[in-house]
Design a protein around this ligand. Sequence first.
Ligand SMILES: NC(=O)c1ccc[n+]([C@@H]2O[C@H](COP(=O)([O-])OP(=O)(O)OC[C@H]3O[C@@H](n4cnc5c(N)ncnc54)[C@H](OP(=O)(O)O)[C@@H]3O)[C@@H](O)[C@H]2O)c1
Length: 91
Amino acid sequence: MRIAVVGATGMLGQHVARHTLRAGHDLIALYRNPRLLNSLADLRCEARQADLNDGDSLRCGLRGADAVIHCAAYYPVLQNQSGKSWQQQRD
Ligand SMILES: NC(=O)c1ccc[n+]([C@@H]2O[C@H](COP(=O)([O-])OP(=O)(O)OC[C@H]3O[C@@H](n4cnc5c(N)ncnc54)[C@H](OP(=O)(O)O)[C@@H]3O)[C@@H](O)[C@H]2O)c1
């Protein structure tokens, strides 16, 4: 399968990304901060930049994925600057 890991540069996401490859899947690694891309340097993956607050970048980032593993820190009680939670925006 082609699996997208959201938050692949995070602590949990890095482990999940590695397990995904070890299990024989193709990996799409979604990251937000390009300065953390070096954490993916040794992985055979397609790295795509996406932000949970930006639906277009998320849609592009997930294009072609058979499955998604969401490892990005996500706290629904937090509100972004527009006053909408990430949950509301994503929906
Ligand atoms: N660590 C654990 O032991 C553990 C255990 C159980 C559950 N969890 C849960 O798993 C989730 C991840 O935890 P973690 O420890 O891996 O956190 P982390 O190391 O802080 O990683 C969070 C990841 O989410 C990304 N992210 C944050 N906001 C984003 C946004 N708006 N759009 C796209 N990506 C975004 C971060 O990217 P940037 O680097 O660009 O900010 C980072 O890659 C959390 O919800 C946590 O509660 C963690």
